[in-house]
Design a protein. Structure first.
Length: 149
């Protein structure tokens, strides 16, 4: 398994940050690793959608496993060789300040292909790890200056 975690403090309410997350169709505005993301229906647990990473020719099916408004959500994707789980956490740390945490876990889909999928998962994970600080900084800028009431 390959795991990435990064945090940032944002001077905004958890509701404001969550509004940005709920706007799945515009995730590409702050996530530099995406060409696009699309939600089929409402932003609720068990919802489904699609996203297209910039460095992949494949449009990925995603499932919103669990959503707790203004606190947490998990996105799950099963690719050809790897399983991706993305965890997004919002925690109030002070009046008007939240800590946002993004966690990405990449695991092998098939044990018998473990050497190949482990290599692929590590390579993809390393690329995501490079982008994650910028992704969080973009989210911070949007929440503090651009978005939402």
């Amino acid at each position: 398994m390959f795991k990435i975690e990064s945090k940032i403090e944002i001077q905004a309410s958890s509701e404001k940050v969550f509004l940005i997350y709920k706007d799945v169709d515009n995730w590409g505005d702050w996530d530099i690793g995406l060409d696009f993301a699309k939600l089929d229906g409402e932003f609720v647990s068990r919802a489904v959608g699609k996203l297209k990473p910039k460095k992949s020719p494949v449009v990925a099916d995603i499932k919103f496993v669990e959503i707790i408004p203004n606190q947490f959500f998990q996105v799950h994707n099963v690719s050809i060789l790897c399983v991706f789980d993305f965890y997004y956490k919002i925690r109030e740390i002070d009046n008007g300040v939240v800590e946002v945490t993004h966690i990405i876990e990449i695991t092998d889909r098939f044990k018998f292909l473990s050497p190949i999928s482990s290599f692929l998962g590590k390579k993809i994970g390393e690329d995501m790890q490079k982008d994650l600080p910028t992704v969080l900084e973009n989210l911070k800028i949007m929440a503090e200056t651009v978005c939402c009431p």
